[in-house]
Design a protein around this ligand. Sequence first.
Ligand SMILES: *Cc1c(COP(=O)(O)O)cnc(C)c1O
Length: 426
Amino acid sequence: MTKERITREIVQTMDQKDSLSHFKSEFYTQDDHYYMDGNSLGLLSKRAEAAVLTSLQDWKEQGIDGWTEGKEPWFYMSEKIGEMTAPLIGAEPEEVINTGSITANLHQLLATFYKPEGNRTKILADSLNFPSDIYALQSQIEQKGLKHEEQLIQVESKDGYTLKEDNIIAQMDERTAVLLLPSVLYRSGQLLDMKRLTEEAHKRGIIVGFDLAHSIGAIPHQLHEWNVDFAVWCTYKYLNSGPGGVGGLFVHEKHLGQKPGLAGWFSSKKEKQFDMEHTLTHSETASAFQMGTPHILSSAPLVGSLEMFNEAGIETIRSKSLQMTRLLMNLIHQELSDFGFQIMNPLEDERRGGHVSLVHPEAASICKALKSEGVTPDYRSPNVIRLAPIALYSSFEDVYEMIGILKKLMTEEKHKQFKNERGIIA
Ligand SMILES: *Cc1c(COP(=O)(O)O)cnc(C)c1O
């Protein structure tokens, strides 16, 4: 907590010193609107929009020749985006490909790396992960003719919000085939120690996968150096690829050359693909883990968006993000201490992701009231408000303004006008 009272002048000074402030004008933000939901769906940038228009123009002018002759040839776009993503996660370019969704990519990589054998049949996960990841794990276990009730071990959380690395490590043993964890927990924003967990799992012969949904684009990673076996992510959150934007996956160099568990013609070596043989010659890079034709119009935004991430640098993005979430927490202490909010994300920088999580019994109605006042928060049932100021398009003053709006509506009890229930999408 800061000793000094935080004032508008102080946050304006922070904005003046912010080396990333010029990126804000590259996004479609609205004046007097405070978008704090970039961890669920990032905003559109002008460069992402231009990149989609380029692919549309290529289609308009060239038809099928757009695959190889377009300004941004579609046949190589997934690999190009993989290369542009690599610096964000500390990977070699050939270890990364833009393809699928988190769930589809999890299926692909479990089909490739989950090989129950002898006593080593279990998958170790956690009890706080996003449901889709758990469904994928359950169905992959069933695909192997096993019972997920017996084979899927989910590490419990003592407080219901966070996990202890020690507890996860204590559950790793010679029966564990695969460990799958989120890098950042989607509710509490806890950042797990991926390096340590990978080392400990490897000591016990366990394959390690991470879901980077809530860390890619917000936090630097060193997947190659940490020796992580595989990772998956979506791109519509911090990477701003738009609704349904194509996700990505990482497979460590040491596994490249391995046959994909789920093959398709886009798994091919590029120069062999159009030989149309019935024997697959799969690529020796992460490209091998693609299946069918890439979704070009949902990948194209990344060509524009990732350019900005690489110009800004992920270390600088992380540093601003930490400063913003620190400011947000300090303002909550300073302004909102009378209103029963509880911060449940870890407070330390090295254990905190890109969002602040507030618990309040009236979270649903508070979120609705915030929306009616020009703030877009993110609600997670039953009592969590997630707030994510975004390094590339939020200012420190935005955070200050947003807390002012929240304080005013709590003081006037405006949220009481709304039902404390979630909507269909929350
Ligand atoms: C957002 C998110 C998903 C969504 O999966 P999709 O297959 O991209 O729809 C899955 N897991 C986690 C942890 C997420 O945060």
